[in-house]
Design a protein around this ligand. Structure first.
Ligand SMILES: [Zn+2]
Length: 629
């Protein structure tokens, strides 16, 4: 048992940064045995039993609530069903805590040395959300162990061991970072690990699964494990394999050390599951559309996912904001420093996407232009600072798309990217090109390579390390950009990096990829309007032509200039109205009322791009140059 998490604050005050917890596999003492029967995964149900060592007397068991990486109380307890408990062969009654619904109280009878728990988890089919959303199809399943277990209250996650046994549908293969023990007639057995490691090591399984060795012969293996809804979706182009192999060289080269024994990308290709990525120390759970490896727009649109999730092995897992390094899954996290945890990861992940070749230089510049333009059109910038989007992240992740421009979204990802780009450019300017954010990464996230370990940090630690690279008023720099209201997007990194945000009349390849991934048509930069595939109005930009003409989010576009709506028709209408005086006429449906809105807009099509500023050195080109030899 390692009780260090419980004394986290004292240790931090007394000694600064200390490596808190090795969470690797431990010798089996008296672990909780978790048996998972996934043979009904196709029917969207997982069955589990737990044999949990216990002493006679009162006991409280907890269902994991605050999920690392999801930044909120997202444990899907409403899909936990059929919960029954016994001890020494006798039924044991349990009561759910009325104020704390993730806690179950029971009395362990005299003479019992364990509690046996039976439970089932209803795999959801709703694609909206993270691990609590759709995680299975007829051909595959992603198992997040937190959905299938209870653990004793008052015990730190790194102080209790679990041993997993798993049964899968016949013929299904699996992949996970979880260390294997052996197989038996009753299924696969995994080595006992701490609860922390177990929840940090999800598993993918399915009828179609391939594993690609990305670093053959390397002392620390890197594998790309892909499960899909079809055999065809598993086909990997040689160029993609080369880029992924390059990625696992470039990432460690950026940080200078590896805090994992091996790294497993778990990639699920399915249109039936929720699409997102979730980071772990030695693996990542990446879920994209089935055709991601086959379709050019999907490939470009999702290219940044694996680089981003792998960066989290250093930023988010190894180094973690102290207020997010909680001892268990019950204590709430304070998430204000997500602009470092997620914002810096977004910046580094996208730089690495270009460094490893998953994006071309043009892709990277087009992506940056899109991010900058979208943030610059956020009207919510004039009422809430970026920091307010971090502390309210668990609300914003689930906010509906309507009203995003006024509400703001989880902007600490894309805006964090622009701010950390500006920090990188500032470091390069102040050291005449001798130092950069790469040096910060080496110093802050590097150190000795070894097994997983958590080293918490505070904002002061971040500022101190930046000052060691290049002395500057870094506190003021972030105060102004993160904690103050800023009506305009932070474009300093782009502009001092030798480029400027501009607009042209044709959409970039990355904007088209963004539209494909998001299934939207985006007229934000001209009409101030974005549309779903069915014409549903996702959002309007307050103050721009659609808003001024009375169009509102939640309405549905039916016709453009008296013809049935489709994206090309609206593009043509914008072009035809350019420089003239005739308004663009939109017929919209508002509930059961039809309404005609006349948009007095004559500025033509308008899509973001970056233009080179020849008067300044091209620092963006420097930043995305590969650094590994
Ligand atoms: Zn992330």
């Amino acid at each position: 048992m390692c009780p260090i998490h419980r004394t986290l604050n004292i240790i931090l005050l007394a000694a600064g940064l200390i490596c808190l917890a090795t969470n690797g596999a431990r010798a089996a003492g008296n672990p909780t045995v978790l048996k998972v029967d996934a043979r009904d995964a196709r029917r969207r149900v997982l069955h589990a039993t737990l044999h949990l060592p216990a002493q006679p007397g009162p006991l409280t068991l907890l269902y994991p609530k605050w999920m690392p990486g999801e930044h909120g109380p997202t444990g899907p307890i409403s899909d936990l069903v059929g919960l029954k408990m016994t001890a020494a062969g006798q039924p044991v009654a349990w009561q759910r805590d009325p104020l704390d619904n993730y806690a179950f109280h029971l009395e362990v009878p005299p003479g019992a040395d364990a509690v046996d728990v039976t439970l089932n988890f209803l795999l959801p089919s709703d694609p909206k959300g993270f691990t609590a959303a759709a995680s299975s199809s007829a051909n595959l399943v992603v198992i997040s162990w937190n959905t299938l277990l209870l653990y004793p209250k008052g015990v730190a996650a790194n102080a209790v061991d679990f041993a997993v046994r798993l049964q899968l549908p016949a013929g299904w293969k699996f992949a996970s970072a979880l260390p294997r023990a052996n197989d038996s007639a009753n299924g696969m057995e995994f080595a006992p690990v701490t609860l922390e490691t177990l929840i940090d090591s999800p598993l993918i399984a399915g009828a179609y699964l391939r594993t690609f060795d990305l670093s053959p012969g390397a002392p620390r293996p890197h594998r790309l494990n892909v499960v899909a809804d079809s055999a065809a979706a598993l086909e990997m182009r040689p160029a993609d394999l080369e880029h992924f192999s390059r990625l696992v060289i470039e990432e460690p080269a950026l940080f200078g050390a590896q805090h994992y024994r091996k790294y497993d990308f778990l990639l699920t290709l399915s249109d039936q599951v929720a699409h997102f990525g979730l980071e772990h120390h030695e693996s990542s759970d990446n879920r994209t559309p089935e055709r991601m490896l086959m379709d050019e727009a999907l490939r470009k649109g999702w290219a940044g996912l694996l680089p981003h999730e792998m960066v989290h092995s250093w930023n988010g897992k190894y180094r973690r904001p102290a207020d997010m390094a909680t001892p268990d899954y019950h204590q709430p996290m304070k998430i204000e420093l997500l602009w470092v945890y997620e914002g810096l990861t977004t910046y580094l992940g996208e730089v690495l996407t270009a460094r490893c070749g998953l994006w071309s230089v043009t892709n990277y510049l087009e992506h940056l232009a899109l991010v900058a333009a979208q943030l610059d059109h956020q009207r919510g910038r004039d009422w809430r600072p970026l920091a307010d989007t971090t502390v309210a992240a668990h609300l914003l992740y689930y906010a509906r798309p309507q009203g995003t421009a006024w509400r703001r979204s989880v902007d600490f990802y894309p805006e964090g990217e622009l701010i950390w780009l500006e920090a990188d450019v500032t470091l390069r300017e102040r050291t005449q090109g001798r130092r950069s954010l790469d040096d910060f990464c080496q110093r802050f996230f590097g150190g000795e390579s070894g097994p997983p370990c958590v080293v918490p940090y505070t904002l002061d630690d971040v500022l101190k390390t930046l000052n060691e690279i290049a002395p500057f008023d870094w506190r003021g720099f972030f105060q102004q950009r993160i904690y103050s209201v800023n009506p305009r997007a932070p474009l300093g990194g782009i502009e001092r990096g030798g480029w400027r945000l501009a607009y042209r009349d044709t959409p970039s390849e990355m904007l088209k990829a963004f539209e494909t991934v998001k299934k939207v048509t985006d007229f934000s930069f001209s009409l101030g309007l974005s549309l779903a595939e069915d014409g549903g109005i996702l959002d309007i930009i307050p103050g721009l032509p659609a808003d001024r003409a009375g169009v509102g989010p939640g309405m549905k576009l039916l016709a453009v200039n008296q013809r049935r709506w489709k994206p090309e028709l609206l593009r043509t209408a914008i072009k035809d109205a350019e420089g003239g005086a005739t308004p663009i006429e939109l017929l919209v449906e508002n509930g059961d009322v039809f309404q005609t809105c006349r948009l007095d807009y004559h500025g033509g099509e308008r899509y973001p791009c970056l233009e080179r500023d020849a008067g300044k050195p091209d620092l963006l080109a420097e930043i995305i140059k590969p650094r590994a030899r």
